[in-house]
Design a protein around this ligand. Structure first.
Ligand code: UTP
Length: 292
């Protein structure tokens, strides 16, 4: 079995749930305190042993490229002022992985975006981290998925039980428990946006999947699904029915940065833990909630 060294981050969506800000600022660049959402995805991948990352972008998302590049003007200014810690922090971000970019060119859905990664992926397994889903966990969720892949040798979907209202928006997985495993299931089918009565279980895919290159042939043949888009879930349903997948009920907390509520919650959670402003922010927050 090949090592998992590559990750694809689709970040070319329109982000309509975050309008009006997303019309001018990519939602992946919205800050969680002082770091953009995309940083956390790249960090999770790197901490999981990933060395090569492809970010799928579109028009107006150049800020992401700038963020992972060296910044000579800032470096010169910080050097002159003797602010070496901040200088080091900036350089580390630029050096953290081989990050490359590719434009999707047409916004035709998550499946279409992932399909653009064929040449980058080659013949290796790879992880897809959805560009607006960040996850904070003791052991990175990507590392948990790679472990499941090494044990069972099948594509892996990161899943969680979700309430019925969310299941209708996401997908529902048909699963069987795997003997001796607490958080792993064998997945044999799935349905996207199930109507009432159509769901297989309360488990939905959230934000991460580990795939093998055969998914590209499936994606190439897929007709447009829900919303006229090429749906990654439709390709995964075929994988699940023909050979199966592993569903991993991962340990960690997910924040949907594509939604206003997820964005604010992530900022509060990281804000209270922030080494520079955490204490002051927590004190302010405690007073603030008394007034609510
Ligand atoms: P979402 O459906 O959550 O993102 O796709 P969206 O379309 O940007 O959001 P809304 O619904 O309009 O608010 C999940 C991930 O897939 C990427 C998005 O950037 C997001 O990270 N995506 C989606 C693409 O890269 N290309 C697409 O054509 C669609």
């Amino acid at each position: 079995m090949k090592n998992v060294r590559k990750a694809v981050i689709p970040a070319a969506g329109l982000g309509t749930r975050m309008l009006p800000i997303s019309a001018a600022v990519p939602k992946e660049m919205l800050p969680i305190v002082d770091l953009p959402a995309i940083y956390h995805l790249v960090e999770e991948a790197v901490l999981s042993g990933i060395t090569d990352i492809l970010i799928i972008t579109n028009r107006g998302k150049d800020a992401m490229e700038d963020f992972f590049d060296l910044s000579p003007e800032y470096e010169a200014a910080l050097r002159e002022k003797g602010r070496t810690d901040e200088l080091e922090r900036l350089r580390k971000i630029a050096m953290m992985a081989n990050v490359t970019f590719l434009r999707q060119r047409e916004t035709r859905g998550l499946g279409h975006a992932v399909g653009r990664a064929r040449a980058f992926v080659g013949d290796e397994p790879f992880v897809v981290l959805y560009g607006d889903d960040i996850m904070f966990a003791k052991k990175p969720v990507t590392a948990q998925m790679i472990e499941a892949y090494k044990t069972h040798g099948l594509p892996v979907a990161a899943v969680k039980p979700v309430p019925p209202a969310l299941l209708r928006k996401y997908c529902s997985l048909k699963v069987e428990p795997i003997a001796g495993e607490e958080r792993l299931y064998h997945c044999t089918d799935m349905i996207k946006k199930p109507k009432e009565g159509e769901e297989f279980s309360d488990l939905a895919i959230l934000g991460r999947v580990l795939l093998e290159p055969r998914v590209f042939d499936i994606l190439d043949e897929l007709p447009p699904g829900a919303g006229g888009e090429i749906q990654l879930t439709d390709a995964m349903a075929i994988l699940a029915r023909t050979g199966g997948m592993t569903a991993l009920d991962y340990e960690g907390v997910r924040y949907d940065l594509g939604s206003k509520l997820g964005f604010l919650t992530a900022n509060v959670v990281r804000g209270v833990a922030h080494p520079e402003i955490g204490e002051e922010f927590s004190a302010w927050l405690k007073e603030f909630v008394k007034e609510l």
